[in-house]
Design a protein around this ligand. Structure first.
Ligand SMILES: [Zn+2]
Length: 310
């Protein structure tokens, strides 16, 4: 499928770094590690008790990135890709320790309204859009096309400042709440939530139809949207937005949405980013931080050189 357009998620800076890394440019790799390792550490620390495990999974994550450079097609930003790899490594670490490998990503998921279990209601409209998975390869293709369509739709909501809609979709697809609980939370009619959801699925479907050229048009469902919402993080504010949030320089409506997304939804990706940003603003990188960065670079440089030579 040549010439598929990249979404905004992979920005120019990401692209430059990746190009450098793919060409075996050591300084691009150093830059990439130093740019992302802080937020990955923050995320891992929230998930793992042992500090040694935390450093190991972050190191393994960067190694995984080097190994999967060829297959990464830029469906998401480098940060989102790294978070996906990190979640897998954390799940592995839990599995090794004999614990439940489920990596919780959002607080609201485990704290729905007591009267409303953490599953979305299945209206007839939902069922008409239900998804069946044919095979793994198809699933990955569907997910990648879906992520692009969803990102395009959420980017538009952000640029039009339709934050109430964004909140609704965060609660639906990220936190997995029922329509009724969402209506109560946001002061909407339950039917309004259903309509918003229906229109969003329609918009994404239309987008998909223009992207898929063959007959492999993916069927849709809330379940897969949830998966995409978690893997692709289309509603998460950009890091620059989070930086302004820390400094208190966001506009009121953006500030309100970021607070909702972090405190009410409890997005763990953004929480990790915020933690890392605050640390960056308040203190320079400490010694152990630099040591770890050195170890990451040391453990990955062989793979990079191998890429350059091959
Ligand atoms: Zn987020």
């Amino acid at each position: 499928m040549p010439g598929r357009p990249l979404t905004d998620s992979l920005n120019q800076l990401d692209q430059q770094l990746l190009d450098g890394v793919r060409n075996g440019d050591g300084s691009a790799w150093e830059e990439l590690v130093s740019q992302f390792h802080g937020r990955l550490l923050s995320f891992a620390r929230r998930r793992l008790k042992q500090n040694a495990d935390v450093e190991d999974v972050v190191q393994e994550t960067f190694l995984s990135l080097v190994k999967s450079l060829e297959t990464f097609r830029g469906e998401a930003s480098v940060e989102t890709w790294l978070f996906q790899l990190l979640r897998r490594r954390i799940a592995d670490a839990h599995r090794r320790a004999g614990r439940d490998p489920h990596v919780q990503l959002c607080l609201s998921d485990s704290q729905p309204d007591s009267a409303n279990p953490a599953t979305t209601s299945q209206s007839p409209a939902d069922q008409s859009a239900s998804w069946y998975v044919r095979n793994e390869e198809q699933r990955v293709q569907d997910q990648s096309a879906l992520l692009q369509a969803v990102s395009a739709a959420t980017d538009r909501l952000k640029s039009e400042r339709r934050f109430r809609d964004l909140k609704t979709f965060d609660l639906l697809f990220f936190a997995h709440w029922k329509n009724q609980a969402i209506a109560e939370e946001l002061g909407l009619e339950e039917t309004a939530v259903a309509v918003l959801k229906h229109r969003f699925i329609q918009r994404v479907s239309r987008q998909l139809e223009t992207q898929t050229r063959d007959n492999a048009e993916p069927e849709r469902s809330s379940e897969l949207l949830t998966e995409v919402w978690r893997d692709g993080r289309p509603s998460c504010p950009k890091r620059t937005t989070l930086g302004k949030y820390v400094l208190g320089t966001l506009s009121e409506e953006w500030d309100d949405f970021v607070t909702f997304h972090i405190e009410r939804i409890g997005c763990e990706f953004c929480a990790a980013n915020l933690e890392d940003l605050s640390a960056e603003i308040n203190t320079p990188a400490d010694e152990s931080d630099q040591l770890l960065r050195g170890r990451i670079l040391e453990s990955t440089v062989g793979f990079l050189n191998h890429r350059r030579d091959s």
